[in-house]
Design a protein around this ligand. Sequence first.
Ligand code: 13P
Ligand code: MG
Ligand code: MG
Length: 372
Amino acid sequence: MLTVSAIKADVGSIGGHTRPSKRMMEASRAELSGAVERGLILDFDVTHCGDDICLLMIHGKGSDNPEVHNFAWDVFTVATAIAQEDGLYGAGQDLLKDAPSGNVRGAGPGAAEISFDETAKERPAEPFLIFTADKCGPGAFNFPLWTVFTSPLFNAGLMLPKMKPGFRFTVIDMEHAGADRIIELESPEQHIDLAILLRDENRFGIKAIYSRLYPEQQVGAVSTDRLHTIAGEYKGKDDPVCIVRTQGIFPAPEEVVSPYFTAHFVAGDARGSHHMPIMPAPINTAITSAYCIPLVACMAYSVTKDGKLSEGVDVFGNPVWDATRLKAQGKADEMRRQGFVGPAMLPTQELEYSAFRTVLAELDAQFRIVER
Ligand code: 13P
Ligand code: MG
Ligand code: MG
């Protein structure tokens, strides 16, 4: 059994919510190298998307492993100490508890994990994609994952024998605190039920996707924790990570990234309070745009049967995505020209987790009833 763990957190950034410092990145790398040397993990990569550090770890310990999760927490603690020392903004922002009880889920960092049998004959090679997104929530992956795994309009590969039987989705209610409240739905039969839930990206997210032809084979995973569900107040955006295994019995990478041409609108942006298009960006991009347009990065990797990771390919760091970036910027410009009005800002119940709660409450107290 091999496990791909992608654990992501914002523990401080330079000059606002831009990016972690080089010192934080180097220290995180050094920690992961040490973990390989002492046999905790088999291989790793460390990247950032905006101000979030993503620890990609390959290991043999399974999903939700306390040792691996506690280790990830320790790495973020080391990076936090550097951020504090260097006076960076939001040091330790996503570390919401004193220490996790063996699992970072519910403690602040986002975790996406997939475990698989590396000897399974239907997977002679193991290519996969890691999507990291900043200034948005886990629901940002609802549109691209629904389209790729249910709609031949975006993924003609769904018409092939290995994918035609469809996929099983685990959808989670992200407003539910504590234990996971989940539902399982199967495409193609229930793809409309899936759409009914996934249209509400603030509440419902895709936690996992499995093949129906090979029911043990998990193809997708998304970190679906929402910081406000944990903390009860706005603590930065949830900035998710998503793993998608590709090729053969699964969609090809070129199919998986196809919905990102849309630069779809997501909940996020400045103060996590707006609807803005998500821009595919090269890995390790800082957030520097007007407002802070949500970014998504995508790295492609291969892993050997003994857990050795290839170098990563920066999928969106390529001129083919330039037109989409300009489109996203154009859509962002249009949306923000109407400032705070209507769809430009999130619905009130989302803003209620932020300091907007206070100003809304102040005004609410001033309303009076006038008899007609
Ligand atoms: P992050 O969640 O990326 O820290 O962003 C928070 C924010 O409010 C930016 O305006
Ligand atoms: Mg931040
Ligand atoms: Mg962030």
